[in-house]
Design a protein around this ligand. Structure first.
Ligand code: PMP
Length: 444
């Protein structure tokens, strides 16, 4: 499989993407050429929901179907062999991209499914499945699972459900007024009773980067396992999971320039080896009798059924594309766009939900270009509609983070978010359009 990111900043660690580089990147994304709403250029500021896809990713999927389509890990024929090779090469590309070993990357339909695999492994272990090896995953009533008030529902509801099934208790780290995690009482929250600490790397509402090192250290002190929701970080900043030291992580292909229907669960090798399966059936077994079954080692143990091979190949290609672009440069581009987006806070009547500056996270990169906001006197849906009328696509609603919205006393926000192909000019167009929204509704 070959990918060809059109550009590679000469010194990726020192530069954001230059104008020429950005133009070349944009040319890789066919959808960005289309117009919307009666011929207006598309300003796509909804990449946190799903990113657009470069031609190489589309080509990789088409190539798979045209040349290699077959079920993987089965069959003695050449196509099965080539499909398996493409599938495993894609796994290797994704693993390398996030600083993991190949055997630590499990294909999943997305981040939501990946987090559920871990949560259900805990309840299966608690029911006695997995033998002695699964001891680490057994919960008792009174054990605690800690999340944060900023979580996407995908990293909250599975833990609520796990608590309901096992008698464990859910606790959460609150969010402070500036939209960052309030770690004041961290020691009282993460205690000997804590078994899991699950948190998002980057909030899909506020763009805030979590203090991973502090949280991992707190979990390690008490022997709790960490689960990182890396959906918003992996596409937009360098992520090295071994270096971060988390036990599990989840991310989705469709947010990182890859296809829908595919994502990855990362688990430290020894943990995946000890973890009981959740979805069972074909392809994840060793020996099956009418009475019982023994399971394949990871990652296959967690990949039951016919796999989403074309999508996995596409996700592997997306990882290579981003890698060739250089994630240091991508992160700088994000930081630059975040600063441009945050200027909306100067528009009268506009309130940004989340950190306005780069301070406070204790991380090298402390916020990305995901900016949620409310406009005085105008419902978020109406804000979205007025922007859409100008060809500007933003997200509106609670962005699957109702508790966080409740924390800020709002039912809905509008959200602008960027990706590698977003330009400053697009953000300026968004700001200018937003500046006219209150007048449009007579809300000034
Ligand atoms: N976590 C975060 C932070 C997200 O932004 C999303 C997607 N909105 C998810 C989890 C869930 O990802 P998916 O829908 O791809 O499973």
């Amino acid at each position: 499989m070959t990918t060809t990111a059109t550009v590679r900043p000469d010194d990726a660690s020192a530069t954001a993407l230059s104008t020429t580089e950005l133009a070349a990147v944009r040319a890789d994304f066919p959808l960005l050429e289309r117009t919307v709403r009666g011929g207006k250029p598309l300003v796509y500021l909804d990449s946190a929901a799903t990113s657009q896809k470069p031609q190489v990713v589309l080509d990789a999927e088409v190539d798979f179907y045209e040349q290699r389509n077959a079920a993987v890990h089965r069959g003695a024929h050449q196509l099965a062999e080539e499909a398996t090779e493409a599938f495993e090469q894609a796994r290797a590309a994704v693993a390398a991209f996030v600083g993991a070993d190949e055997a630590e990357i499990v294909w999943q339909p997305g981040a939501t499914a990946a987090i559920n695999v871990v949560a259900y492994a805990f309840s299966n272990a608690t029911l006695g499945r997995g033998g002695d090896a699964a001891e680490r995953f057994r919960l008792a009533p009174g054990d605690e699972i800690v999340v944060t008030e900023a979580e996407h529902h995908a990293n909250l509801v599975p833990w609520q459900e796990l608590c309901a099934r096992t008698g464990a208790v859910l606790r959460w780290i609150p969010v402070s007024d500036d939209g960052r995690l309030d770690l004041t009482n961290l020691d009282a929250l993460v205690t000997e009773r804590t078994r899991v600490l699950a948190f998002g790397h980057v909030s899909n509402v506020t763009g805030a980067v979590a203090p991973v090192a502090t949280l991992v250290a707190a979990a390690r002190r008490v022997g709790a396992l960490t689960v990182l929701d890396a959906c918003q970080s992996v596409p937009n900043m360098p992520v090295d999971l071994h270096e971060l030291g988390v036990d599990f992580a989840a991310f989705s292909g469709h947010k990182m320039l890859g296809p829908t229907g595919v994502g990855a669960l990362y688990g430290r090798r020894e943990l995946l080896e000890a973890m009981p399966p959740t979805v069972t059936g074909g392809s994840m077994v060793e020996v099956v009798t009418m009475e019982s079954t023994t399971y394949a080692p990871p990652p296959q143990r967690f990949e039951a059924g016919t796999q989403m091979v074309a999508q996995a190949v596409g996700m592997g290609c997306a990882a290579q594309y981003l890698d060739e672009l250089g994630m240091e440069g991508v992160a700088r581009h994000e930081t630059e766009l975040a600063a441009e987006m945050l200027k909306i806070a100067d528009i009268p009547g506009v309130r940004v939900i989340g950190p306005l500056g780069a301070d406070g996270a204790g991380e090298e990169i402390s916020r990305l270009a995901v900016v949620s906001f409310v406009v005085d006197g105008v419902h978020a849906h109406d804000v979205g509609q007025v922007l859409d009328d100008k060809g500007i696509a933003v997200r509106v609603g609670h962005h699957c983070a109702q508790p966080l919205h409740r924390r800020f006393g709002v039912a809905a926000t509008a959200r602008a978010s960027a990706s590698v192909y977003t330009t400053v000019e697009e953000v300026v167009a968004f700001r200018e359009a937003l500046a006219g929204v209150r007048a449009f509704f007579g809300a000034e």
